[in-house]
Design a binder for this molecule. Structure first.
Ligand code: GDP
Length: 453
């Protein structure tokens, strides 16, 4: 008999209610031993998706009055019989119920074990499972929409169809190995390259969207630079006040480097602390300073704040010339301008006339950030974008294997060599959804979940 698992699904502490989750073939027996429903007749009908009031007891002691949700196999999150016990929100009460379940035969669940069972029972693939983590940890509307699209299978569909394409090519090659007649060979090779090219179009499209997907999920590492007094702090404070979705704690990033995070137009800007970056008179000389250099180098977005009333400095020109791909220039204090001034846009860098004080320019900044992120294309978080580093890396490997196959076809390599390239492509695309994965990878993925999920 497989293990029945139990865990608190809510965070420890005093709250209004706690929820415990029980899943496995023995769940019904355990609940049967501990739960006394108020409406026995209805409970005995075993109606699926019902909430049932009653008392939870261990031996003869009543532990709490509870509401139990019943979701029977296979129509549950894990695909097994699942019971969700809603009890009163004291940690003590919940712990006693948890212990009672364990005494009656359940095992304490590992982190992510419910989701792992859902995966193993075919309720969702790995892309969807990883979307569950992303949804829980998402901090902006766009990143949660993206995770939701992935959870609902939007992305999985694209990956599955790519996988089918690769499988078809592989079948075609295997047929070629079986019937290697010379005159058929030439024609077949043409068809073959055409098919591989079609698969490459798919990987190319998915990879093109992955940059945006990753930004929507993880945010943009952003540096605000400018000479002293130009309005950097004012801008930062204005952005922070402006947006409700302020985030301070970002996993996976060095804490002391990230000063603040703010969502602008649904895109998370992770502001890197570069205090003092332009405090020196001569940045060009100071650029040797490791930290400053690194901040500008590693930034994905640089907001260069300049003063509308002053000529550009050497430092500012240096930044404009060296980081043109990721700079947005904020020409601040336009409210102080005496005459209309035209800001020449050079190096294809966007200059935004701005006045933090008079609240001008914020909309343009938002539009420009979005334009940079979406590279001029209209991409919605509801599009099936690949965003997770593991998935992107497998897709890149699949793409490389397909390119290698194309090369081998051109070089007239024998069919069995082509088959090796295609098998490799198949392996990588299968890894994404979990059609073919190693146990260690599964452990790694599901250990990132919280307990009870
Ligand atoms: P920082 O040194 O770059 O961080 O600059 P601050 O944000 O501390 O701003 C320096 C001064 O400029 C403050 O007195 C601000 O009130 C003022 N300031 C900031 N933005 C504007 C603006 O758009 N217009 C005007 N007139 N003053 C501004």
């Amino acid at each position: 008999m497989e293990d029945t698992i139990v865990a608190m699904a809510t965070a420890m502490g005093e709250t209004s209610i706690h929820v415990l989750r029980l899943s496995g073939s023995n769940a019904e027996t355990i609940i049967g031993e501990c739960f006394v429903p108020q409406n026995m007749e209805r409970w005995s009908r075993r109606d699926n998706y019902t909430l049932n009031l009653g008392v939870f007891r261990d031996e003869s002691r009543v532990l709490d009055e509870v509401l139990i949700g019943r979701m029977l196999a296979p129509s549950s999150y894990t695909g097994e019989d699942v019971y969700e016990i809603n009890c009163h929100g004291g940690t003590f009460v919940a712990q006693r119920i948890l212990q009672a379940c364990i005494r009656h035969g359940a095992q304490l669940a590992e982190p992510g074990e419910f989701s792992k069972r859902a995966f193993l029972n075919g309720k969702m693939d790995l892309v969807q499972a990883e979307a569950v983590i992303d949804l829980i940890s998402s901090r902006t509307e766009t990143s949660s929409n993206l995770a939701l699209t992935q959870l609902r299978g939007g992305l999985s569909e694209s990956i599955v169809s790519l996988r089918e394409r690769v499988l078809e090519i592989l079948a075609f090659i295997e047929a070629g190995i079986d019937f290697p007649e010379d005159d058929v060979e030439t024609l077949d090779r043409e068809t073959l390259s055409m098919r591989v090219n079609m698969a490459l179009e798919d990987t190319g499209q998915l990879l093109a969207g992955s940059k945006t997907g990753k930004i929507l999920r993880d945010g943009l590492l952003t540096v605000i630079v400018g000479r002293p007094n130009v309005g950097k702090s004012s801008l930062l404070n204005a952005l922070l006040n402006e947006e409700r979705a302020i985030v301070t704690d970002i996993p996976g990033t060095t804490r002391d480097e990230i000063r603040e995070s703010v969502s602008v137009g649904g895109i998370l800007l992770k502001l890197v602390d570069t205090a003092g970056i332009c405090e020196s008179k001569d940045l060009v000389e100071r650029i040797g300073i490791e930290r400053t250099w690194r901040a500008l180098q590693t930034a994905e977005l640089i907001l260069l704040v300049v003063d509308a009333n002053l000529a550009l400095t050497k430092d500012e020109i240096y930044i404009l010339n060296n980081y043109k791909d990721k700079v947005i220039v904020i020409v601040n204090k336009i409210d102080l301008l005496e005459n209309e001034r035209v800001f020449l846009e050079f190096n294809e860098i966007k200059w935004i006339p701005f006045s933090v004080l008079q609240h001008q320019g914020f909309e343009d900044l938002e539009v420009e950030i979005k334009r940079k992120v979406f590279q001029g294309e209209v991409v919605l978080a509801s599009d099936p974008l690949i965003s997770n580093v593991r998935q992107i890396s497998s897709l890149e490997r699949c793409d490389n294997a397909l390119k290698q196959a194309l090369e081998s076809i051109k070089l007239g390599m024998p069919w069995d060599i082509l088959s090796i390239d295609l098998r490799e492509a198949l392996q990588y695309v299968s890894e994404i959804t979990g059609h073919n994965v190693q146990e260690s990878l599964l452990e790694d993925i599901f250990s990132r979940f919280c307990i009870g999920k």
